[in-house]
Design a protein around this ligand. Structure first.
Ligand SMILES: [Fe+2]
Length: 190
């Protein structure tokens, strides 16, 4: 039972990394490197978290369950597919930016709900170790969602003003690039 619940988290992480990859591509496409690095960071961190849960299932329950890996997050192609980044109007750029944040926020809200439900089920099943593993992941998602809400509120506050958005990118890029450079990926796998 626990292994199937944890596999649901692995499968959601697969979708999450694909979504973060497409969101990073969308942000590189519209030239917003701070947001692009944010998604590159999440892509890397969530890939490691995925492997950690997968390895936990194998080591704890002694079995291998197949992964369900989607081909696409269905974001980048509908949003960018027929465009050339050099020919975008400012309205098109803002539209892509708004849609990217809307999809991202919705994804993390749904993910928080999914993982919280699984944490409760694991607790009810008295699998406290698996519950603790998932609780840590729930805290990470909550932290990620709080950051999203802060950024979107700031964007709403200045009316998605592109000169302001562009001015913010340099320091955000430095912040997330540094975090990427600090990742000790090998330490996160088990
Ligand atoms: Fe995420």
């Amino acid at each position: 039972m626990s292994e199937k619940l944890l596999q649901k988290i692995v499968d959601n992480f697969h979708q999450a990394t694909i979504l973060h990859g497409e969101l990073a591509s969308a942000m590189w496409f519209i030239g917003l490197q701070g947001y692009a690095y944010l998604h590159e960071l999440q892509y890397a961190e969530e890939h490691v978290a995925l492997r950690k849960v997968k390895n936990y299932i194998i080591k704890t329950y002694g079995i291998y369950l197949p992964d369900n890996i989607p081909a696409s997050a269905n974001l980048a192609v509908p949003l960018l597919g027929d465009k050339n980044r050099r020919e975008l109007s400012q309205d098109e750029t803002v539209k892509i930016l708004k849609e990217a944040w809307r999809v991202y926020e919705r994804w993390e809200i749904d993910t928080l709900k999914l993982y919280s439900g699984i944490a409760v089920e694991l607790f009810d099943d008295k699998d406290v170790a698996a519950h603790n593993l998932v609780s840590d992941i729930v805290n990470e998602v909550k932290h990620e969602l709080d950051n999203i809400v802060d950024i979107v509120m700031e964007l709403d506050a200045h009316g998605w003003d592109m000169p302001q958005v562009v001015a913010d990118q340099q320091s955000l890029a430095e912040e997330y690039k540094e975090k990427l450079n600090e990742l000790r990926l090998g330490d996160g796998l088990v």
